[in-house]
Design a protein around this ligand. Structure first.
Ligand SMILES: *Cc1c(COP(=O)(O)O)cnc(C)c1O
Length: 373
């Protein structure tokens, strides 16, 4: 019997939270009744409002996904030339720059937070630099004050890729209120999901208006198109699901917090395993649980990854490879390894462990046992 006990369902790094299906039916019924499927319909408007309240932000524009939101954020601020960003992120961060004909300039990360290192930014600024695009990696806030100081000194815009930072608060409220714009992702793998989706958080109504035009082909009214916009609109079905999901966020957050605490407690004594600190945020979202597998651990990171996989546990090496390892970036001068020693080391050591509301206690213990063995 014992041997067969290990044939459990696979455990992935994350699993989307789905509220009970019967709770979604009334929303569908409403869509079927009013026949409004998209174009800033009632659920779209309600979700924008509800998210502003939940997140503690003034203005928010929903999008079909986070990547189109990033591309549009750069358009909204008319960013050109060169943008300083991090190699240690999901590839969409840098792709959004290429889609705008912008040259990414990669700067190394901080060894503690793995976010863009403000101390390295100034040396990368040239006369062509127009903006900084940092990422709140794992939902741990960037050094927003230091970044803003540099932006002010050199007259640069700051667009945060906040895809991981849903609900995160720093010393002065929502982390999403910093910089010129912040971009969220509501992809199925994220803490809050609308199947696919995203949003731009912006500080004023005028910017929100421009973003709303841009996500709807640049259409201002029946006979006026003010810019070469895109179709970035979120549909009613996605917005409705978001409204329902939002009702469950308290439970989702609580369970994630418990799982995070259990990992921290039970992995603290394991030699060679370093749990990445929380980012000092006032409110965390526990969206990921990254550990760094050090040289003093008996296995390499890849060997540990493999061992877990053989036991049905699918950790993820976020972020490996670095963005700068991909062919469309690797020839840039800023993409060279000697420019990015901290990011290069982190990419070789990091492993994200399973964390999601439905993760069972015995499943988490199995993960911990396999690492501590
Ligand atoms: C998920 C993610 C994105 C892209 O969001 P989509 O909604 O999947 O398009 C961008 N940046 C980071 C850091 C992400 O994790």
């Amino acid at each position: 019997m014992g041997a067969y006990m290990s044939i459990d369902r696979p455990i992935y790094v994350t699993q989307p939270y789905l509220p009970p299906l019967d709770e979604f039916i009334p929303y569908l019924q409403q869509i079927w009744d009013n026949k409004i499927l998209t174009n800033a319909g009632p659920f779209h408007q309600q979700l924008e409002q509800a998210l502003c309240e939940y997140l503690g932000v003034e203005h928010l524009a929903l999008f079909t996904n986070g990547t189109i939101a990033l591309v549009t954020a750069l358009q909204a601020l008319r960013i050109t030339g060169e943008v300083i960003t991090t190699p240690y992120s999901f590839v969409a961060t840098a792709h959004s720059l290429l889609w705008n004909g912008i040259k990414p300039v990669f700067v190394d990360i901080d060894p503690n937070t793995l976010n863009l290192n403000p101390a390295k930014i100034e040396a990368a600024i040239t006369p062509n630099t127009t903006a900084i695009m940092p990422v709140h990696v794992y939902g741990h806030p960037c050094d927003i004050d230091a970044i803003q100081k540099i932006a002010d000194r050199y007259n640069l815009k700051v667009i945060y890729d906040a895809a991981h930072a849903f609900g995160v608060e720093c010393h002065c409220g929502s982390v999403l209120n910093h910089g010129d714009l912040s971009v969220l992702s509501f992809h199925a793998t994220k803490v809050f999901n609308t199947f696919e989706g995203g949003a731009i958080v912006c500080p004023d109504a005028k910017t929100k208006q421009r973003i709303d035009y841009l996500k709807n082909f640049g259409i201002a009214d029946e006979v006026t198109v003010i810019a070469p916009g895109i179709n970035g609109k979120m549909s009613e079905i996605n917005a409705a699901f978001g409204l329902l999901q939002l009702k469950h966020m308290a439970v989702i957050s609580e369970r994630r917090k418990e799982i995070d605490a259990t990992y921290r407690k039970l992995l603290s004594g394991v030699k060679g395993i370093r749990c990445l600190g929380d980012g000092g945020e006032a409110v965390a979202n526990h969206s990921y649980f990254p550990v760094l597998v050090g040289a003093d651990y008996p296995l390499s990171r890849d060997a540990l990854y493999q061992r877990l996989k053989e036991h049905g546990i699918h950790g993820r090496r976020y972020f490996y490879p670095l963005i700068t390892d991909f062919s469309m970036y690797r020839d840039l001068p800023s993409a060279q390894k000697n420019n990015l020693p901290v990011a290069t080391a982190a990419a070789d050591q990091v492993l994200c462990l399973p964390i999601y509301p439905a993760l069972q206690e015995h499943e988490q213990i199995k993960v911990i046992d396999l690492i501590s063995r």
